[in-house]
Design a protein around this ligand. Structure first.
Ligand SMILES: [Zn+2]
Length: 144
């Protein structure tokens, strides 16, 4: 597929790859920065994104990360914590109560620490792929 001018190759959906680099957008989101400019803050509260970027004015208000950030936190943290529990259980012979006293609070603390960067990365992903209205058109228009 080509652009209207026929000079630049396009990926599917008519989106120019160079316009919104995926890795850079995800990384900027994970660092609490606007995926468009990289300088404005992405979150105005713990998990509440800003409506518009203070630096470049990019509209972030229509982003909907939904359940993907908590799903990713559970997926990543579940593997790390269960693996850590099983490895320490092989090395140290302690009771299950000691394991619970260590692993449950650790899991909660780490989950609270990583959910904001993961949500920022998901917003960056959505922005880079022009999902949920980031392409300048409502979702309803794409469903036709
Ligand atoms: Zn910005």
């Amino acid at each position: 597929m080509t652009t209207d001018s026929g000079a630049q190759p396009m990926e599917f959906g008519g989106v120019d790859k160079a316009e919104r680099p995926l890795g850079q957008s995800i990384m900027r989101g994970m660092l609490n920065r606007c995926p468009a400019c990289g300088s404005g803050r992405l979150f105005k509260a713990y998990l509440k994104p800003v409506d518009n970027c203070a630096a470049c004015g990019e509209d972030i208000s229509h982003q909907r990360a939904d359940d993907l950030p908590p799903y990713l936190v559970i997926l990543v943290l579940g593997h790390v914590m269960v693996g850590g529990f099983m490895m320490t259980d092989l090395v140290f012979q302690v009771s299950m109560w000691v394991h619970l006293a260590i692993w449950v609070p650790l899991t909660i603390i780490i989950a609270l620490l990583i959910i904001q960067p993961i949500k920022g990365g998901v917003i960056g992903l959505q922005w880079a792929l022009k999902m949920h209205g980031f392409g300048g058109e409502p979702d309803e228009a794409r469903d036709i």
